[in-house]
Design a protein around this ligand. Structure first.
Ligand code: ADP
Length: 323
């Protein structure tokens, strides 16, 4: 649904806010073709939401979860292939089959529940992307026994990358999209200066950790503060460690990924969060040409990789640079 819309005069941006993929999104474009860019982008967000939503019974993903096997549409197939690559390269930290666990913990209904160890173990039987069968040539995905998939860990990043393509096709050279705090930036700001992205302090959400200057890339954060509940003094959040069946307890409280590839950035923010600091840094060392990252741990230590260290101004913390 459209909640807000402003229209252009030549110097003013066109901006539209919509609620989709369980979050508020803002699409903004500058310049002569801004209105067309924003209108097309919003239509595409709605189309992808209808395709991917696990909350909509007739979405492609819901139908697949019911039938157990389907030939996928092109966009869904691209996401599945990327998700399976990430499953392999992250040693299983990123796993689109965690949906039964999300349901068990009540994250899909907001009827939160702390399951017993037995319930977790029996649900884990249905989890594991190694039980999926993916036929690349026919784009057919077949689920294992009682399995269900959810592309929520990469859908927003895929969407933001798509919006950048739409902007370019529509002749927009300067714009941005914010999807529930994740941003994707096209070009520089209109005056030629860099975009400034505030990074939230995960350990005190009223505060900012700092500001990152960035252009032409996605800046995507997974944080323990985003969706969570508290029971008996313990906070449980929505990023699940597929190895334990429980909310990840790696010591990290937020992971920001900066990359040209929004899908990758979104998937990696979840993955590195689960992997924890040491494995996350080791992963970055092997893929330093694909992304940069800012890691924050429970003790408020900040680790930032060298590609973006010079563009980050910490407000009140000293960041450790990772080479
Ligand atoms: P948000 O959707 O709130 O921005 P993230 O981008 O961090 O959060 O992704 C979390 C979402 O990804 C969850 O809501 C769930 O749908 C899915 N998810 C949770 N744990 C995993 C995991 N280990 N691997 C893949 N997807 C996951």
């Amino acid at each position: 649904q459209t909640t807000n819309s402003t229209t252009a005069s030549s110097a003013q941006p066109v901006s539209q806010e919509i609620f989709a993929m369980d979050t508020y999104m803002t699409v903004t474009a500058y310049g002569d073709n801004a209105q067309k860019g924003v209108t097309d982008a919003v239509a595409e967000i709605q189309r992808l939401d209808n395709l991917l939503s696990i909350g909509k019974e007739d979405s492609e993903i819901s139908k697949l979860n019911k039938s157990g096997s389907a030939a996928l549409s092109d966009d869904t197939a691209v996401m599945v292939a990327k998700a399976l690559d990430l499953y392999k390269s992250t040693g299983g930290a990123f796993d689109i089959t965690v949906l039964p666990l999300m349901e068990l913990w009540g994250f899909t209904t907001q009827e939160y529940y702390v399951p017993t160890e037995d319930e977790i173990q029996s649900t884990l039987q249905r989890v594991g992307a190694d039980k999926l069968t993916w036929d690349e040539s026919t784009k057919t995905l077949t689920l294992g026994d009682k399995q269900e998939i959810d592309l929520g860990g990469i859908a927003k990043g895929f969407t933001s990358s798509r919006i950048m393509e739409i902007f370019k096709k529509d002749g927009v050279t300067c714009g941005m999209v914010s999807l529930g705090g994740n941003v994707h930036l096209l070009g520089t700001k209109q005056d030629g200066s860099a975009w400034r992205v505030g990074i939230q302090d995960p350990n005190n959400t009223d505060d900012m950790l700092g500001v990152l200057e960035a252009n032409d890339c996605a800046v995507i954060t997974s944080g323990a503060y985003e969706r969570n509940f508290e029971k008996d003094g313990v906070t449980y959040h929505h990023i699940i460690d597929p190895a334990t069946g429980k909310p990840s307890n790696s010591g990290l409280t937020s992971v920001t990924i900066v990359s040209k590839d929004g899908t990758l950035a979104d998937g990696l923010s979840t993955s590195l969060f689960v992997m924890g600091k040491d494995k996350a840094i080791a992963y970055w060392k092997q893929h330093a040409d694909e992304f940069d990252t800012i890691l924050v741990d429970k003790d408020r230590n900040v680790y930032i990789t060298e590609g973006i260290a010079g563009n980050f101004s910490p407000d009140s913390v000293s960041a450790n640079q990772v080479h």
